[in-house]
Write a protein that binds this ligand. Structure first.
Ligand code: NAD
Length: 291
């Protein structure tokens, strides 16, 4: 089936757009006809993204890469300005960048690691909403999408810092959607289940995780970044015109399966404490408990 072209003439920005869910979404937005600004902390992944997009046949002039740290207000403001400067507007903002964050026993989590987790996952979303909404209000509307997680709904979906941050994203999405609805700015969140991306594979090179991830959910095949991208494309376009303040779970039935499906946090190796900085190009800090 051909890809629909629901975003022709629209401009989208995707944070964390150089890898995993963000990359698949940026490619899907391009396929649907949008011009896309990809913002990411990792310039190497950004270069690979550009090569991949051009190899897939997308016109280079419809794509812009910006090195962005979503936790830094000037970076996020510049990303929004780059979209307007290059393509004339900002119609879709996908606040998706993320890291695994602080893990290990709560009694040993350093305050700085807790804060860094919240800076990326929560402050980053707040800044994306703030600056996108300013631009969209001037244009007469737009769609903002935030990546949360099933970890923000259930306690067992991730380490405490990550779960708390994702819960904050869900409630922030709902709360701010009320304020922005009057300006025709829709704000929604996506709560992915287990999706096979480089983030999940971090530190497990050569290990095939697909089988163990599939075990968590009723649906027989594992979650792919493209499954989240398809939901993001729906939320980005006018098909979701009346959808706002919603957190859509995309998890192959994981949440529906209740207690049986609540074991993802076991992906944190026991006996280790540290900070997973995802695929930012900045290494993790990991040490044995008590050392
Ligand atoms: P990924 O590591 O493949 O991609 C994340 C991207 O975000 C990377 O390119 C990274 O460089 C970028 N990034 C990280 N920190 C950044 C920062 N401060 N500023 C700018 N860019 C930054 O991971 P993914 O699995 O695609 O994750 C995307 C989002 O989906 C995250 O918010 C994650 O928490 C969420 N999520 C993932 C899963 C899953 O199973 N993979 C499940 C639920 C939620």
């Amino acid at each position: 089936m051909p890809t629909p072209t629901r975003l022709i003439g629209r401009v989208a920005a995707v944070t964390g757009g150089a890898s995993g869910i963000g990359k698949a979404s940026a490619l899907r937005f391009l396929a649907e006809g949008a011009s896309v600004v990809v913002g990411d902390l990792n310039p190497k992944s950004g270069e690979s993204f550009l090569e991949e997009a051009v190899a897939a046949g997308f016109v280079r002039s419809r794509i812009r890469f910006e090195r962005v740290n979503v936790a830094v207000e000037d970076d996020v403001a510049s990303m929004v300005a780059a979209a307007v400067e290059s393509f004339g507007s900002l119609d879709v903002m996908f606040n998706n960048a993320g890291i695994g964050g602080a893990f290990g026993p709560i009694t040993e989590v350093p305050v700085d690691d807790w804060d860094e987790t919240f800076h990326v996952l929560v402050r980053g979303v707040f800044l994306g909403v703030k600056h996108a909404a300013r631009q969209m209000a001037q244009q007469g509307g737009g769609s903002i999408i935030n990546t949360a997680s099933v970890a923000g709904i259930t306690g067992g979906g991730g380490p405490p810092a990550y779960s708390a941050a994702k819960a904050a994203v869900i409630n922030f999405t709902k709360s701010v959607s009320i304020e922005l609805a009057g300006q025709r700015i829709r704000v929604n969140a996506i709560c992915p289940g287990a999706i096979l991306t480089p983030l999940i594979q971090q530190g497990r090179k050569g290990v095939d995780l697909s089988e163990s991830l599939n075990r968590y959910q009723p649906w027989p095949e594992g979650g792919r970044p493209e499954d989240i991208a398809a939901t993001a494309a729906f939320l980005a376009c006018d098909d979701s015109r009346f959808v706002t303040g919603e957190a859509i779970t995309v998890d192959g039935g994981l949440m529906a399966s209740g207690p049986l499906g609540s074991g993802i946090s076991s992906t944190s190796p026991s006996g280790w404490v540290g900070m997973n900085r995802g695929t930012t190009g900045q290494g993790p800090t990991v040490h044995r408990r008590g050392s």
